[in-house]
Design a protein around this ligand. Structure first.
Ligand code: 5GP
Ligand code: MN
Length: 315
């Protein structure tokens, strides 16, 4: 499955690993786990991650990630969890400095890039792919790697609740637990702990919620000044969409947050009847049938009206 990738790795020494901007548990878990594996093979490997949410600070290796690529040229880039090379947390100029690129992804609609590609949308997460990839490199998975991969699978499957968690996923998770994954700690840190400011953001999200199509669509916009007044960083302002989606009868939940750079970021969740990845692509983003997003290109009110119309057509 990964034979050609293995050959590329054998010939590479200076390796950078990167995932999408605004990294989630899957992006962080999969990249750092692969970095640890490559180090065990004696490679000079680094993860490029310019920013991340403080909630992930407890994970092994997070503080060793670099913000950018110093080398004017390097042997290999391993890109994970990013269906499109422009969404990677590195610049195009940095991307072009790689002599070879390996792409590993689990998104349904991909714009494939790189010399070796492994794309499988039946896999729960990039971390599940990374787990298979590391095993194929004959590297022994240690406790830290297991915890990282477990985190990626847990977060991308909504704690093993979504339909992307299949029996292969559970088998991988069972093995990761055998390798020492700290499941209880990860759950406590990521599912069971929040700052008070986050609780206030939930209240704000509910306060700003608008309801359309008899409750089938829920939309909440929290402008950047409101987020800033709660003392919340860009990276910590996400994760509100699930609260909207959880309301009975909701088919499409939309949470829009203003960011410090002046843009508005849309995060959508579907109850299952509407393929929102199609909507996200139409608006310049992407994602999965039940979780997708994009950055608004026009002002919030104009974009909202367009979105309400498109969702109405799909309902
Ligand atoms: P979230 O709502 O958690 O930010 O994103 C859910 C999913 O939507 C992500 O896993 C990702 O696949 C996709 N997504 C979110 N924002 C964007 C975007 O701006 N561009 C693309 N291509 N995909 C996005
Ligand atoms: Mn992912």
């Amino acid at each position: 499955m990964f034979k050609e990738a293995k050959e590329i790795i054998d010939k590479s020494n200076n390796i950078y690993i990167s995932a999408h901007v605004n990294p989630d548990g899957d992006a962080i878990g999969s990249t750092i786990a692969i970095c640890f594996a490559l180090k065990k093979l004696g490679k000079n490997a680094k993860v490029v991650m310019p920013s991340y949410s403080t909630v992930f600070e407890f994970l092994p290796g997070v503080s060793s990630c670099v913000k950018s690529i110093d080398d004017s040229e390097f042997d290999l880039l391993i890109a994970l969890d990013s269906s499109d090379n422009t969404r990677l947390a590195i610049t195009q100029e940095e991307y072009n400095r790689a002599k070879k690129v390996i792409m590993l992804d689990h998104h349904q609609i991909s714009s494939p890039y790189g010399d070796f590609r492994f794309i499988d949308d039946k896999k729960s997460s990039a971390s599940e792919i990374a787990y298979l990839f590391i095993k194929s490199l004959d590297v022994e998975i240690d406790k830290d790697m297991a915890t990282l991969l477990y985190t990626g699978i847990m977060t991308d499957t909504g704690s093993f609740n979504y339909s992307n968690a299949n029996s292969d996923t559970f088998r991988a998770v069972a093995e990761l637990l055998d390798y020492g994954a700290e499941a209880v700690k990860v759950c406590k840190k990521l599912n069971d702990t929040m700052k008070e400011s986050k609780l206030k953001l939930i209240a704000k999200t509910i306060d700003n919620m608008e309801v359309f199509y008899n409750g089938k669509m829920r939309y909440s916009f929290v402008p950047y000044d409101e987020i800033r007044s709660l003392g919340i960083d860009d990276e910590d302002a996400e994760g509100m969409t699930n609260y909207l989606r959880a309301v009975e009868g909701t088919e499409v939940a939309v949470y829009v947050r203003g960011k410090s750079d002046g843009t508005n970021k849309v995060s959508m969740r579907s109850g299952g009847n509407v393929d929102i990845s199609k909507i996200a692509i139409e608006f310049g983003g992407g994602g999965h049938p039940r979780a997708a997003g994009y950055t608004m290109r026009e002002d919030e009110e104009t974009e909202k009206q367009k979105l309400i119309k498109v969702v109405g057509e799909m309902l």
